[in-house]
Design a protein around this ligand. Sequence first.
Ligand code: ZN
Length: 180
Amino acid sequence: MIYPITLYGNQVLRELCLDIVEGDIDVKTLSEDMFKTMHQADGIGLAAPQIGLSKRIFVVDGSLLEDEDMITFKKIFINPVILQESGDFWEFEEGCLSIPGIRGGVKRRSDIEISYFDENWTKKTETFSGMRARVIQHEYDHIEGKLFIDYLPSIKKKLIKSKLTEISKGNSEVNYKIKT
Ligand code: ZN
């Protein structure tokens, strides 16, 4: 099933998501649907609030990026906890399927340590760096009710304000299904 993608302005994107209780929902079907939804929108990451679900799960798939390290980066993160962030801050221009047409430079630390459950409910603790870490940090922010635009300097926030208002009204030209 392909879900409509929740747009900026929808309250679910600002909620602190709740842990998933094992057995409560079918995480395999849910993650498959999240991958489908993300792929048809040409995304590289998608978090549950973006399909209107206030749950701690996100998926990533870097195969769209022409980057050797990212092409093989496909994962499901359930109830993730970032244990540590380290390394230097580096800036990269980010975008988000929930905020179409807007991009902005975000500084994030280069390395993370994260624990999570995979789709078989096996607990894992792993470290990621560079672009892999960045994609995880962006998606992790989603389940904490945070968006990449929160990091932008106030002058840039002012510049995008009217665009954000239009997005929240559903006035976005995208080739995927959206929900205000
Ligand atoms: Zn996003």
